[in-house]
Design a protein around this ligand. Sequence first.
Ligand code: PHE
Length: 389
Amino acid sequence: MKRKMFLVLVIVLIAALALSGCGKKPDATTPTPQQPVEEFIKIGSVMPVTGAIATFGVSSVEAIELAFKEINAEGGVLGGKKLKLYNEDNRSTAEETATAFQKLIEQEKVVAIIGSVASSHSLAGAPIAQDAKIPTISPTSTNPAVTLIGDYIFRACFLDPFQGEMMAKFALNELGLTTAAMIVEQESDYAKGLAQFFKQHFEAGGGTVVQTEEFSNQDKDFTAILTNIKAKNPEFVYIPSYYDTVGPILRQAKDMELNAQFGGGDGWDSADLFDLAGDAANGGFFSNHYSPDIDSPEVKKFLASYMAEYGKVPDALAALAYDAAYLMARAIDAAGSTDGTAIRDALAAITFTGVSGNIVFDANGDPVKTGVIVGIENQTQVYKATIQP
Ligand code: PHE
C-alpha cells in the first residue's frame, strides 16, 4: 500500500514538473540549463530609512544603489560578479543598528557593510562587524571613537575635531564673533564631541563660550534653554545636532527673538530642515563634506547621474555613501576575493578620488579631507568656502 502511494506521488511530481516547463524545448526566451547562474556579491548596509533622521538614510541608500547600478553596468567586480545591496533600516536607533549588523552578518552572510550614519549608531553596530572580521565603512560617522573600534572599521568622511575647528574659525575670523553659546543633545556622541571640539578651538582663538545648555532627544520644547541663552546675549549659538531637533530649536529661537547668529555641523544637511525651521533657518551656517556647487569632474558626473535617477540634487549624505560604495567595490577588486581580511587589507592600502575629495586611510581607517562651509539663504543652501585640513 505504502509503495503504491509512493509511486503515485512520483508520477504526480513528474507530471507537475513537466507542466511547469521543465520538459519544454529551449527556445530563444528560455534560458538553457547550461547558462551560468548570475553570481552576486552581497554587501550590507544599515541606514536610518525611517524615524527621526530618515532623510539621512534615504539619501544614503539611494546613492549606494546608484553606485552599484553603475558598477554593475560596467561589468561588476571580480571579473563579472554583480554587487547586490542588502539594506537594513535601523529606524534611527542605536539598538536596531546592532540587531541589523547581526542579521546582515549571521543570516544574510554579507561580505562587507556600509554604515551607519549617526556616530552613536555606528558605535553600536561596528563592534559586531569587527568581531566577525567583516570590513565596514561608515560614509558619514564623524566621531573619533568610531574607527577606534578596530582595524576592520573605516570611514569616508573627515572627523569632528576638524569639523568643530572649521566652524570655530569661521565664526571668529569670517563672522567676527567672539561670544558663543552651545546647545548639546545628551544622548548623541556626535553632538557632545562636536561641542567639545568647537569650544576648544573657539576659546583657543580668543572667543568665549558664555553658556552651554543640554537637552534630551525626547524634548520638543526648547523655550527654557533658549531663555537662559538669551539672558547671556551671545553673538553666536552653536547647535551641533541633527535637523530633526535643529529645526524646532531655530524656529523657537526666532519666535522668541533670540537675535544671534546660528551655526552647526553636517547634521543640518537635510531638505527637511526647511520644513521644520521655515524662514528661521535663513542666515545660519554649517560645516559640511561637499556642496553640489563644487566645480570638480567627480561632482559634475555624480550630480548628473543622481539627478537623472532620482530627480533631485544630492546632499552630502548621498555624496559620501556613493564614495563609500565605490571604495568598497574597488577594494573587493583589489583584494581579488571576498575574504574579509583581504578586503580589509585592500581598503587600508587604497588611493581613491571621489565626489567628496581624495581618500587615503591612515592607520585608524580615517581619511584626511577638506570641508566646506554652507550658508542658508532663502531656505536654500549656498556654498561659501572650502576649508583645508
Ligand atoms: N556626522 C554625523 C554623525 O557622525 C552624521 C551626518 C553626516 C549627518 C553627514 C549629516 C550629514 O553622527
